[in-house]
Ligand binder design. Structure first.
Ligand SMILES: Nc1ncnc2c1ncn2[C@@H]1O[C@H](COP(=O)(O)OP(=O)(O)OP(=O)(O)O)[C@@H](O)[C@H]1O
Length: 444
């Protein structure tokens, strides 16, 4: 049952209120003086206070009520307080409502309105408290996570992201393969780095291979190494990523791009730790923890015959799904501030609204690029919406994936310098390579 404290020296008023509340299943406590009221408040949990403005028979100034209100506020900043006052002395009450009192009622009050107001305020207070408790427990969880694990500077605020990070920390210790699923630029490599940093092989190497950034015929040589002459252009023997990652972790990004022959070899290394370099019969043995990532629909690729089902189940013992940035909105502003850096100008409210409204097809990577640009170009004392260079609201379809023409144009404008063309398109160099390969555009 909710509890209301009535502080009024007029016993008739207090009793009338008490009866009214009892009819509405609200418990009432009574105090006849401000001191008694404050003492009761210190002892009892109370949901709401109704207080008179004058306590001595000869005063009508409302000063006593004002002092009482301020004393309650100082001790209980969130407790709703309703002021009871005579029609002729509303001014003081109005001033106090401006100072944070919940409401005032003129005597004689209207029972319906009083009960409705009291119930609303009690509900509101409970909702606020529940929210605060949830926030506190989230903060506690975050502190526990941050003190127990190396989170590699990952920035987040959204519970959806926290769930993924938490899971990554939990699976880090078990030596099982993990598949990270999520759109480009969502931070999959960051999650892989967290797994590595909290694993039993944290002191070993962390080697990254983006299978999407290489032409398919080179991926195998990159993974397993090659002897001199193993393929055209291989003039010297080279170590593959598996050898480089021995005793540590190998992160295979865009695993869906690995051709079938490579998939078979990968499956064998995962099962036996053994493989050969291209062009060699000598079997090599390694101990590598493999973390893979994809934004492709691997089950659909399995149905289409372009991804091995047995490999999928090998890689996918644990699956972590990283949602697109737009699906974890609480991350947007903390990430934006992080990318601007500590010395940066503040984000103007209009810029914050625009960042939250944008749907981030390029996810965190796009946000990082936008903030880098804004940090360089902004000239005022805060970063305004115009400095972000985002498409106007409602116009987001305009930022579609660059098509073949757009990529061709950007490449020729950049004189074939891929890094330059990528920057023009707002993509990473690797992301541009991936798109070029997908669209069959030859490397310049
Ligand atoms: N939560 C985060 N906190 C700080 N930086 C982040 C976060 N998420 C992503 N980033 C940064 O955004 C960029 C893109 O992230 P990352 O490379 O991990 O994405 P990805 O999902 O692996 O992308 P892709 O699939 O395109 O390779 C990186 O520069 C990374 O450091």
């Amino acid at each position: 049952m909710p509890t209301v404290l009535i502080i009024d020296d007029n016993a008739a008023v207090a009793i009338a209120l008490e009866v009214l509340f009892s009819l509405h299943e609200i418990e009432a406590l009574r105090a006849a003086t401000p001191e008694e009221g404050l003492a009761l408040l210190a002892r009892h949990p109370v949901d709401l206070v109704i207080q008179d403005m004058n306590f001595s028979a000869d005063t009508t100034s409302g000063e006593e009520g004002t002092a009482l209100f301020r004393a309650i506020r100082a001790r209980h900043p969130d407790l709703p307080v309703i002021l009871l006052t005579a029609w002729t002395h509303l001014d003081a009450a109005v001033e106090l409502v401006k100072a944070g009192a919940a409401d005032y009622l003129a005597k004689p009050w209207d029972d319906h309105r009083l009960i409705a107001t009291v119930n609303n305020l009690i509900d509101l207070g409970r909702t606020k408290r529940a929210l605060q408790q949830r926030l506190q427990s989230e903060q506690r969880q975050r502190h526990a996570l941050e003190s127990e694990y190396d989170l590699r500077g990952m920035v987040w605020q959204d519970p959806a992201t926290e769930r993924v990070i938490h899971l990554a920390c939990q699976v880090a210790r078990a030596d099982v393969p993990v598949l990270i699923n999520g759109p480009n630029g969502t931070g999959k490599e960051g999650i892989a780095a967290i797994i590595q940093a909290n694993s039993s092989v944290r002191n070993g190497p962390f080697v990254v291979l983006n299978c999407g950034a290489l032409p398919s015929e080179l991926i195998e040589a990159e993974l397993f190494g090659a002897e001199a002459g193993a393929y055209t252009g291989a003039s010297r023997a080279r170590e593959g990523k598996f050898e480089a990652a021995d005793g540590g972790t190998l992160f295979l990004d865009e695993i869906g791009n690995l051709p079938l022959a490579g998939q078979m070899k990968l499956l064998r290394v995962l099962e036996t730790g053994r493989f050969e370099r291209l062009g060699s019969n000598r079997e090599r043995q390694v101990k590598v923890r493999v973390i893979s990532a994809t934004n492709a629909d691997l089950p659909a690729m399995i149905r289409a015959g372009s991804f091995r089902e047995d490999l999928f189940y090998r890689l996918n013992v644990i699956e972590l799904k990283l949602p697109p940035l737009a699906a974890r909105p609480a991350d947007i502003l903390p990430l934006a501030r992080h990318f601007l850096g500590a010395q940066a100008r503040p984000l103007h409210a209009s810029a914050q609204a625009a960042l939250l409204a944008h749907n981030w097809p390029g996810n965190v990577r796009e946000l990082k690029n936008v903030m880098a640009r804004a940090g360089l170009l902004a000239s005022g004392d805060s970063i305004k919406v115009a400095d972000l260079g985002l498409p106007a609201a409602g116009n987001e379809d305009a930022v579609r994936e660059p098509d073949r023409d757009a990529i061709g144009l950007a490449l020729s404008r950049a004189g074939g310098v891929v890094a330059q063309a990528a920057a023009d398109l707002g993509l990473s160099r690797q992301a541009l390579y991936r798109r070029m390969e997908r669209l069959g555009i030859a490397r310049p």
